[in-house]
Design a protein around this ligand. Structure first.
Ligand SMILES: Nc1ncnc2[nH]cnc12
Length: 345
């Protein structure tokens, strides 16, 4: 069951992580200009969570042993609700930073910057959830950070022609900020899980609260930026046509749910670090898709950055597998030693 859940979450995450930035960019490439609206679409699809939540509820009802808690639809303790509200609001602002980056950078560049998120997750989860550093983790952190830094050195050849240098640099810095903030959010969610010790349905409820609050933040942003007035005109002038404007918006909301559901679900099944690794591992696929579909340039710096990221991932995975095997070996040695001592007595 646990393995199946990990696999399901990885598949959902893959759809959101690869499809989300591409469909977001599709909007900007075809005349879309509203960053708060894009931010809203990242989380607006949260009602789809009712579907798995309903399945989970029915499952709990069937296996109910008479405990009242086991069948209450919304399982969340007040202190955690407070944490969820804080994380949700923070997510709303983080999503704005992310959408800003996608609006002004090629998707492949944004994806490479976001890959550095793993380094920040490793640092934050060391302090927040006491995840241990190994030399392999440190190697991965350094490689991923250098990978993002290499990208930042030759910005002029990567900048889309219709953009100013200032817009490009702002987009770059804002995307780094999105990576840092999201790297803070993931271990924070893990910390909430550790304190909560609640079942899977809790993941879904937490996810809904986070997305609901992030959507409220975006709606406020949209009204301040005047998006509600501008959107009907933007839809009419959308290069793919008015109908496709709404189709893109709806699919965007659904695909992005895959990202959040997968990322947060993986934290529940494993840890924030594993979730971050999966996000980073999937980013090269996003980059390749962006080059194929949007004919983005893939210059030498991007190749070098990608190579450093992949080296970082391999180093990280190797380190995790090694420390896992070491732990198992020590446990086996300890148990065989204690059984020998008992038989000698
Ligand atoms: N809001 C966000 N912040 C950082 N990384 C992301 N990847 C997708 N959405 C993101």
């Amino acid at each position: 069951m646990a393995k199946a859940l990990v696999i399901i979450n990885c598949i959902i995450l893959a759809i959101g992580n690869c499809g989300g930035p591409l469909i977001m960019r599709l909007y900007f490439n075809n005349g879309g200009k509203r960053i708060w609206f894009s931010t809203f679409l990242e989380t607006a699809g949260f009602p789809v969570i009712f579907i798995p939540l309903l399945f989970s509820y029915i499952h709990r009802r069937r296996n109910n042993n008479g405990g009242e808690n086991a069948t209450s639809f919304f399982l969340i303790k007040p202190r955690l609700l407070g944490a969820a509200i804080f994380i949700g609001i923070l997510s709303g602002f983080d999503n704005y930073l992310y959408a800003y980056g996608i609006a002004y950078l090629p998707v492949s560049t944004a994806a490479l910057i976001i890959a550095s998120q793993l380094a920040f997750i490793a640092i934050f989860s060391f302090f927040m959830v006491k995840h241990k550093f190994t030399p392999f983790t440190i190697n991965a952190v350094v490689l991923l950070t250098v990978g993002a830094a290499v990208l930042g050195m030759h910005t002029e050849t990567d900048k889309p022609v219709h953009e100013t240098h200032k817009q490009y640099v702002t987009g770059f810095l804002v995307t780094v900020a999105a990576a840092v903030v999201y790297a803070f959010i993931l271990p924070l969610v893990e910390l909430a899980y550790q304190k909560a010790k609640q079942p899977l349905s809790y993941t879904l409820v937490l996810q809904m609260i986070l997305c609901f609050l992030a959507s409220i933040v975006s709606l406020i942003g949209m009204s301040i930026a005047g998006d509600f007035k501008a959107l009907p005109k933007e839809a009419k002038e959308f290069k793919l046509g008015e109908v496709l404007f709404y189709v893109v918006a709806v699919f965007s909301a659904i695909i992005w749910q895959g990202f959040f559901l997968g990322a947060i679900g993986l934290i529940f099944c494993t840890s924030s670090l594993v979730s971050g690794i999966m996000i980073s591992v999937l980013l090269p696929i996003t980059e390749v898709l962006a080059v194929i579909f949007y004919h983005e340039k893939f210059q030498a710096e991007k190749g070098l950055s990608l190579a450093l990221s992949l080296w970082g991932f391999v180093s990280y995975f190797y380190g995790e597998i090694k420390s896992d095997n070491d732990k198992k070996r020590i446990q086996q040695e300890e148990s065989s030693l204690s059984s020998r001592t008992i038989s000698e007595c």
